[in-house]
Design a binder for this molecule. Structure first.
Ligand SMILES: NC(=O)C1=CN([C@@H]2O[C@H](COP(=O)(O)OP(=O)(O)OC[C@H]3O[C@@H](n4cnc5c(N)ncnc54)[C@H](O)[C@@H]3O)[C@@H](O)[C@H]2O)C=CC1
Ligand SMILES: O=C(O)C(=O)Cc1ccc(O)cc1
Length: 308
């Protein structure tokens, strides 16, 4: 490891699932920390992380894990950030950067802030990169490449620490942008949270209908439905916590979504093909602009796992 790439002497990651294990793998591959510490409450996960050999030290003792760390990143489900912050708060080193990877920002900031001592630098972050898989085996070093990582720091954040942590995510391959937690939660409700809810709902509806159609839903499942089943296979704990912790923005977007759905329902009932055609033309242009931005490939992958 060349010393030139080291940003943190001791990096501690808590919650070693898809995201935490990907951060550890990428940080080791790029030599971003001298020592990598991994912590998780689950005995099974700790054992597996030891077998995978993706950290220098692995423990279930969260307080001990953060001792002396100059960067601590929490990668646990959105409902667990407060309890982890409560356990580690008093053990954080003065001057350390503390961050998270939660898919929701407002509620996570509110959960953690009361337990963070003066003198640590809290930089909430959300890597907008992931898959429907979870657990330490699902992670991979390239996960964050060419993806956004959204930071939602307070206005009085130390600019030098912000630059340092930005550099960390850029070295993981991400593009970084800052915004407020409230704005983040509304944007992600539209682009990620409600789309996941729609996938859970349509797959649930199809599953209910399956008893009527005797397996035809699965047998004849077309590409569109298969894409939904990939998303609806995402981790139940994680997504339960996303919806419970981004309630306001999700309900706001769902209200708008229901109105737009009623408009389509009416157009179908009254045979108003022009209305359907106009919308479908507009949405096709949205897809094209995403591809042009280089954030998506034109080919569907039908949920293939990384490396398959
Ligand atoms: N899965 C995805 O695609 C993405 C997830 N995120 C966010 O990152 C966070 C982690 O997600 P994943 O890695 O997918 O989850 P995961 O389910 O793969 O891993 C979570 C890990 O946290 C551990 N854990 C749970 N409660 C804990 C506690 N109180 N103390 C210590 N460890 C605890 C679990 O044992 C598990 O190993 C979540 O907040 C999620 O919303 C962010 C971007 C993408
Ligand atoms: O697998 C997918 O399609 C995702 O959308 C992954 C994802 C899940 C949660 C996030 O907060 C960010 C990205």
């Amino acid at each position: 490891m060349s010393d030139a790439s080291i940003l943190f002497d001791r990096l501690c990651v808590i919650g070693i699932g898809l995201i935490g294990s990907s951060i550890l793998r990428a940080a080791r591959e790029r030599g971003l920390a001298r020592t990598l510490v991994a912590a998780d409450l689950s005995e099974k996960v700790v054992k597996r992380v030891e077998e995978l050999d993706i950290a220098d030290m692995v423990t279930r003792d969260l307080a001990a894990a953060v001792e002396g760390a100059d960067c601590v990143i929490l990668c646990v489900p959105s409902g667990a950030f407060g309890s982890v912050a409560e356990v580690i708060g008093a053990h954080l080193k003065a001057g350390a950067v503390i961050s998270d990877t939660g898919s929701v920002k407002g509620a996570v900031v509110a959960q953690m802030t009361p337990f963070l001592p003066q003198g640590v630098h809290f930089i909430p972050a959300h890597p907008v990169a992931g898959t429907e898989h979870s657990g330490p085996d699902a992670g991979f070093a390239a996960l964050f490449g060419n993806r956004w990582c959204i930071f939602t720091p307070a206005e009085d954040i130390d600019p030098a620490k912000l630059t340092l942590y930005r550099e960390f995510w850029e070295k993981l391959g991400s593009k970084v942008e800052c915004m407020t937690p409230e704005h983040h939660d509304l944007v992600l409700a539209v682009t990620s949270h409600v789309p996941h809810l729609i996938a859970y709902n349509i797959v649930g509806t199809a599953d209910d209908l399956e008893t009527v159609t005797e397996s035809e839903v699965i047998k004849f499942s077309a590409g569109g439905f298969r894409d939904f089943t990939r998303i609806a296979a995402s981790d139940p704990t994680m997504w339960r916590d996303v919806f419970l912790n981004n309630r306001k923005a999700v309900l706001e977007v769902l209200g708008r979504f229901s109105e737009d759905l009623a408009y389509l329902q009416r157009a179908i009932r009254w045979g108003e093909g022009d209305k359907l055609f106009e919308l479908f033309t507009r949405t096709r242009a949205v897809r094209r602009s995403i591809i042009d931005l280089g954030q998506e490939t034109a080919e569907p992958d039908f949920g293939r796992k990384h490396g398959e």
